[in-house]
Design a binder for this molecule. Structure first.
Ligand SMILES: [Zn+2]
Length: 309
């Protein structure tokens, strides 16, 4: 039945493309990505208390953390002006009169570092290399850091210890993960999700370093795992996610070994598809976004395995 449906779709796509409707076909394929970013528990906002001192705020598919300390609030990643404005309302409601003592940037990416002005932080901490990247792009919404750090750094703010773990070249070379030993909690930015596949193969990823980074975080003793996108969970969710990423990568590597590098045969792409899609669907077909992101993730893995990044 599925094969028949696929045949019909191929015929329709062929007819449309040969009759000058290539743009329609391409747009239809493009639109299959949309559901990844929407759905129950994704659209809208939610502010929740997670542990004694840590809260999380979700704005659509983005999520950050707020830490309550004796010196004031600490926030990791403002993300964007709209999210910051929505978070500010929650802060005024839940912590009336409390200032934002420190804003921390997890890495330089603009979708994590914009909109901080609304939160009026006293201090802003970021990796020392962030400005090198910002100077090349329009970044007028990024509030300038007041303190730069490099390497692993222990921050003690208002009695709460925050271990900022430098992850090296992984997802940029400005990336930190954050471990809160007293809360047995880890927050990661763009490194691990909960039963959700990666978007676009994880943009700006150096895969060997990214695996090292995941393994480093997994080696920490913690319970609660909060990623910067979608839902939060437990440490096992990060382990499962690492395994999913590695499985996709392993299958892509095997497909290249068995059928050749891109371009050696005229049905190369469908060979890659067959070699990776079915075994991955068997294990991860029920994860959020599996089909929506499959092609983009597969292309990223094939290119990455071929080039070594
Ligand atoms: Zn990023």
């Amino acid at each position: 039945m599925k094969k028949r449906l696929l045949k019909i779709l191929i015929i329709v796509a062929t007819v449309l493309s040969t009759s000058g409707c290539t743009d329609f076909v391409l747009k239809t394929v493009m639109k299959t990505v949309d559901p990844y970013f929407h759905g129950p528990g994704i659209d809208g906002t939610q502010f929740e208390k997670i542990t004694e001192n840590i809260y999380t705020f979700r704005w659509n598919w983005y999520r950050n953390v707020v830490i309550k300390t004796k010196a004031g609030l600490v926030i990791i990643d403002p993300m964007n002006p709209d999210m910051s404005a929505a978070l500010k309302k929650e802060l005024d409601h839940h912590f009336p009169g409390q200032n934002v003592h420190t804003l921390i940037y997890s890495h330089y990416h603009l979708d994590h570092t914009s909109g901080g002005a609304t939160l009026a932080p006293e201090h802003i901490i970021a990796h020392k290399k962030n400005p090198e990247y910002w100077k090349d792009v329009k970044h007028e919404n990024v509030l300038e850091p007041t303190r730069y750090i490099s390497g692993d750094t222990v921050l003690n703010i208002g009695g709460v210890e925050i271990h900022a773990l430098y992850l090296g070249l992984s997802h940029t070379d400005t990336l930190y993960a954050f471990h809160f030993p007293s809360e047995r909690l880890v927050f990661t930015a763009d490194l691990g999700f909960v039963k959700t596949v990666q978007p676009v193969g994880v943009p700006d990823k150096y895969a060997p370093g990214y695996l090292r980074a995941m393994n480093r975080v997994i080696a920490i003793d913690f319970d609660t795992f909060i990623p910067s996108h979608f839902g939060y969970g437990v440490k096992q969710d990060l382990i499962d996610w690492r395994d999913m990423m590695e499985e996709g990568r392993h299958l892509a590597r095997k497909a290249i070994q068995e059928t050749g590098t891109p371009g050696v045969r005229n049905d190369q792409m469908s060979q890659y598809f067959d070699a990776v899609y079915y075994p991955m669907r068997e294990k991860y077909g029920d994860w959020h976004g599996f089909n929506d992101m499959f092609i983009l993730n597969l292309v990223r893995d094939i290119v990455g395995e071929s080039l070594g990044y």
